[in-house]
Design a protein around this ligand. Structure first.
Ligand SMILES: *[C@@H]1O[C@H](CO)[C@@H](O)[C@H](O)[C@H]1NC(C)=O
Ligand SMILES: *[C@@H]1O[C@H](CO)[C@@H](O)[C@H](O)[C@H]1NC(C)=O
Ligand SMILES: *[C@@H]1O[C@H](CO)[C@@H](O)[C@H](O)[C@H]1NC(C)=O
Ligand SMILES: *[C@@H]1O[C@H](CO)[C@@H](O)[C@H](O)[C@H]1NC(C)=O
Length: 638
């Protein structure tokens, strides 16, 4: 009795210990995972092994019929192993296999008939290996194959007939290889194909008709190649396509109507192409497209109707285009669902006042890092849903005070690093900023850019008084400099003598210039005709901050003192900085000086000749007098 029990027990123990070697973990459901120093397929209990994973092992060779004992094996995975040689008969006797995955191995070539017995195979992955080419007949017998992945190898060429018999294929991944071209016929039998991945190869062109039979395709990835041109009808036979990637190629132009007949598309990528221009009719009806990226291109502008058929767009990223200088007025007018628009880091200089007028659902608008100088007061007036607005790092020098008045739900706006010109007219927007300090998220960067004496002063600290707005000017002349500048200057020259210089200038200026009653234009004329002042340059020019010469600003007098340096002297003269007449007056000034000089030269010349003529006349007269005298005396004598 005991003996029988022991025998039975042993009988059970023996197959159990055979079924699971120490390098493996065997689960009751038939999953076996082995790892470590094994160099061969381990001996396993056939009736307990349905799925076998050999990861991180030392298996180098697959011997003939090495899977034959595992008659119930359905899935085999060998990964992270130095596997380099697969015997032509390695899979003999394992025709029940449905899945073979050979990943991260050293396989560089495969015997032509190695898979010929695997008629039930549905899934074949030979990726992250060293394959350089594949025999033309390698997949010939895999009539039940639905998934094939030979990505991340070094394949440069594929035979045109290689996929001829794998007609049930739904997934084909050829990505990350060295493919330079694809034969036009190669995919013609793959009518069931849903995903085709050709990303990260070296494709330069794709022949017309290459995809014409892929009528069920949902995903087509062509990104990260060298594609320079595409035939206009290349994508016209994929009515179900959901995703099309063409980013990171060498496309400079795209033919008209290229993206027509793609009504179900949800994703289209074109970014990172050196696109120079886009045609007027490019995108067909595409209402399911929700996101669109167009960045890193060479576009200068885009056609006004580029987005007209993308009516479902929620998010549009038209940014980082170094040459994008302008946008057509109506370019966003067919995007009623747009919620997010990024235009950052282009070089946009102007935006039309109706540029955003249809975007009533827009929640986020980013125009950061462009070259905008001004904006219309009405530009944001329809953006009732806008919560986030970025306008920082532009060239804005002023904004209408009511520009944000309609943005009732605005939560944040950035305005910093612009070129705010702190004259009286800035006070309106400064007041808005001041009233909305919690909304302006970069308040500390909203600083005056000019005039010089207000540089880096916060906009919110400006007042009517500090800008002297609404006060009549008295004609007083001040020269303002910061203490640091004076200190720097006085390192060579004493502060006292500097102040004397300044004072002298001021006196001369106040004396020559205007009384308050003179109307502005006359004032300007008088200012112009006033003498030019000279100002001695210090001995050590290097110890002086260079700004010094360009910074003497006369507050409350003429607008600015212009200056010039020549041979160690600084010449200053006063001219109004702006206004309708300034350039005219400047020209007049120059003309007057030239006329004056010419007059002096001319009169000197005339004087010289007059003098000469007079002298001559004098001489002749004297001769005549002598002659007459002589005649008289002669007559007298007669
Ligand atoms: C296989 O081994 C590699 C390398 O040790 C490891 O990174 C990976 O996670 C493992 N994979 C599985 C499925 O265990
Ligand atoms: C292919 O798959 C079908 C159904 O999945 C099966 O009936 C057939 O036996 C398999 N093998 C071949 C060679 O067709
Ligand atoms: C587009 O998608 C819809 C919804 O998923 C589907 O019903 C329709 O058949 C698709 N159209 C085409 C042409 O595949
Ligand atoms: C929008 O799509 C329709 C139909 O696909 C097409 O006729 C029209 O020309 C397209 N518009 C643009 C601007 O491409």
């Amino acid at each position: 009795m005991w003996l029988i029990f022991i025998v039975l027990h042993l009988g059970l123990l023996v197959p159990l210990s055979l079924s699971c070697p120490s390098a493996c973990v065997c689960l009751p459901n038939g999953d076996v995972t082995c790892t470590g120093g094994i160099t061969e397929i381990p001996h396993l209990a056939a009736n307990q092994t349905f799925r076998l994973k050999l990861n991180n092992t030392l298996i180098k060779i697959l011997h003939p019929k090495s899977l034959q004992p595992l008659v119930f094996l359905l899935r085999l995975q060998i990964s992270h192993s130095p596997l380099a040689t697969i015997h032509p008969e390695a899979f003999y006797g394992a025709s029940q296999l449905k899945s073979v995955v050979l990943s991260s191995t050293n396989i560089s070539d495969l015997p032509p008939r190695v898979f010929s017995s695997l008629e039930n195979l549905e899934q074949l992955y030979i990726n992250k290996s060293q394959l350089m080419s594949l025999p033309a007949d390698i997949f010939k017998h895999l009539v039940n194959l639905t998934e094939l992945d030979i990505s991340m190898n070094q394949i440069a060429n594929l035979d045109a007939r290689i996929f001829q018999n794998v007609t049930k294929l739904t997934y084909l991944n050829l990505g990350k290889n060295f493919l330079q071209m694809i034969p036009q016929m190669m995919f013609h039998n793959l009518r069931q194909l849903k995903s085709l991945i050709l990303s990260s190869n070296q494709l330069r062109t794709i022949e017309e008709g290459s995809f014409d039979h892929l009528n069920n395709l949902l995903l087509l990835m062509l990104d990260k190649n060298q594609i320079q041109g595409i035939p206009s009808r290349l994508f016209w036979h994929m009515p179900s396509l959901l995703i099309l990637t063409l980013s990171s190629n060498q496309l400079r132009y795209i033919p008209r109507e290229t993206f027509y007949y793609l009504p179900n598309l949800t994703k289209l990528t074109l970014y990172k192409n050196p696109l120079i221009s886009l045609p007027d009719q490019l995108v067909g009806h595409m209402p399911r497209l929700q996101e669109f990226y167009l960045y890193n291109t060479n576009l200068i502008t885009v056609p006004w109707n580029l987005f007209a058929n993308m009516t479902g767009l929620k998010s549009l990223h038209l940014h980082y285009n170094e040459k994008l200088i302008s946008l057509p007025k109506d370019v966003f007018s067919h995007l009623p669902n747009l919620e997010k628009l990024s235009l950052r880091k282009n070089i946009l200089q102007d935006l039309h006042k109706d540029q955003f007028s249809s975007l009533t659902k827009l929640r986020s608008l980013n125009i950061y890092g462009n070259k905008l100088r001004s904006l219309s007061a009405k530009i944001f007036q329809n953006l009732h849903s806008l919560t986030h607005l970025q306008l920082n790092n532009n060239n804005l020098n002023n904004l209408p005070g009511d520009i944000f008045a309609h943005l009732t739900v605005l939560k944040s706006v950035t305005l910093g690093h612009n070129q705010w010109n702190c004259t009286c007219s800035i006070l309106d927007i400064a007041a808005w900023i001041s009233d909305n300090r919690n909304v302006v998220t970069d308040l500390h960067d909203v600083l005056c850019h000019e005039p010089y004496h207000l540089i880096n002063k916060s906009l919110v600290t400006l007042t009517n008084d500090s800008l002297k707005c609404g006060v009549t000017t008295t004609g007083d002349l001040h020269v303002t400099m910061t203490t640091e500048e004076i200190q720097a200057y006085s390192s060579e020259r004493t502060t006292a003598s500097f102040f004397t210089d300044i004072k002298n200038i001021s006196n001369v200026a106040t004396n020559t210039i205007l009384s308050t009653t003179v109307p502005p234009v006359h004032r300007t004329l008088q200012t112009l005709s006033s003498t030019a002042y000279t100002f001695k340059k210090p001995h050590t020019a290097r110890s002086m901050p260079n700004v010094f010469y360009d910074t003497v600003v006369l507050v409350n007098g003429p607008d600015i003192v212009h200056n010039n340096r020549r041979q160690g002297w600084v010449y200053l003269w006063t001219v109004p900085t702006s206004g309708a007449y300034s350039s005219f007056l400047m020209a007049l000034h120059v003309v007057l000086i030239i006329t004056g000089v010419l007059l002096i030269i001319f009169s000197a010349f005339a004087f010289y000749h007059l003098h000469k003529a007079l002298w001559k006349t004098g001489m002749t007269l004297r001769h005549q007098t002598i002659k007459t005298k002589r005649l008289r005396s002669f007559n007298g004598k007669l």
